[in-house]
Design a protein around this ligand. Structure first.
Ligand code: PLP
Length: 266
């Protein structure tokens, strides 16, 4: 048996049948970065590469039992959370996290599909604020999601960051890929905020086209590098580098957005 065990990352995400986003993005990203994904589905979706048309949440008690058996069985090095779907699911996950306060938690707050469908109502947003932010190591919203998650919306990202930090969320990574303010610029800027430190901005050449699952890929990659032992700023940088590569190789597998290629053919 190999002595170099792959770190296990527990992923709680939605199932996207187009395979661009959600749990498939987690599994592929983690496997290609040398980690093992323990996948738990929070919500089934009806969607293609264009948009989401239906959500069907999994029973929260079922998710609680899935998490319990995995924690009893495996050493979990990081927890990555994507689409939640309901307040019940959010609270069930938060209750389990309470028992594992030392495991880093990476949250991609999936509030709206890039195709336009809302994926979290106000109650779910409130539940994320109340139950998950205090347990979060890093959250990775785009500018719009960061505004929605804060009860005090502001155009000043540093001001938004203060809210997240005040709730106990250590790091905030605001992604610029789908920010309209950036659209005329040739770069995408992602900025990492940590309380008491200057923001850390990284710029990436803006790639042509729109992508389905880029946010899931980025957050999963952050969880992989954290599980592999990197400090947060390094994990976030390497995750952006990785994600940029998957987007450069993205393919038009459907009629809508391009799908990142996370597992290149051998
Ligand atoms: N469906 C699921 C299950 C997701 O996790 C996500 C994003 O994280 C989406 C849909 C939306 O993906 P995108 O906005 O990249 O199209």
């Amino acid at each position: 048996m190999s002595k170099n065990l792959q770190p296990v990352v527990l992923c709680l995400s939605g199932l996207d049948p187009s395979g661009g986003a959600g749990i498939q993005a987690d599994i592929e990203t983690l496997a290609s970065l040398g980690c093992h994904c323990a996948p738990i589905i929070t919500t089934l979706t009806v969607q293609d590469s264009c948009n989401v048309t239906e959500l069907s949440c999994v029973d929260p008690a079922f998710i609680t039992r899935q998490m319990a058996v995995i924690f009893a069985d495996m050493k979990v090095s990081a927890i990555k959370i994507g689409l939640l779907g309901s307040t019940g699911v959010t609270q069930a996950i938060a209750a389990v996290l309470e028992k594992h306060p030392n495991i880093p938690v990476i949250i991609d707050p999936v509030l709206k599909a890039s195709g336009g469908t809302e994926l979290a109502n106000q109650r779910v947003i409130e539940s994320i604020r109340q139950h998950l932010l205090p347990k979060t190591s890093v959250i990775t919203p785009n500018a719009d999601e960061a505004q929605k998650l804060s009860p005090h919306p502001s155009n000043d990202d540093a001001h938004l960051a203060q809210y997240f930090h005040s709730q106990g969320c250590q790091y905030l990574l605001i992604t610029g890929g789908d920010s309209p303010a950036d659209a005329s610029h040739s770069n995408v800027t992602n900025t990492l905020y940590c309380a008491g430190q200057p923001p850390l901005a990284h710029h990436w050449p803006r790639l042509a086209g729109s992508f389905h699952g880029s946010g899931c890929t980025l957050a999963a990659a952050v969880s992989a590098f954290i599980a592999l032992g990197d400090a947060m700023p390094e994990a976030v940088y390497k995750a952006q580098q990785y994600t940029h590569g998957t987007l450069k190789n993205a393919q038009a597998l459907g009629e809508g957005a391009l799908i990142p290629i996370r597992v290149p053919a051998q």
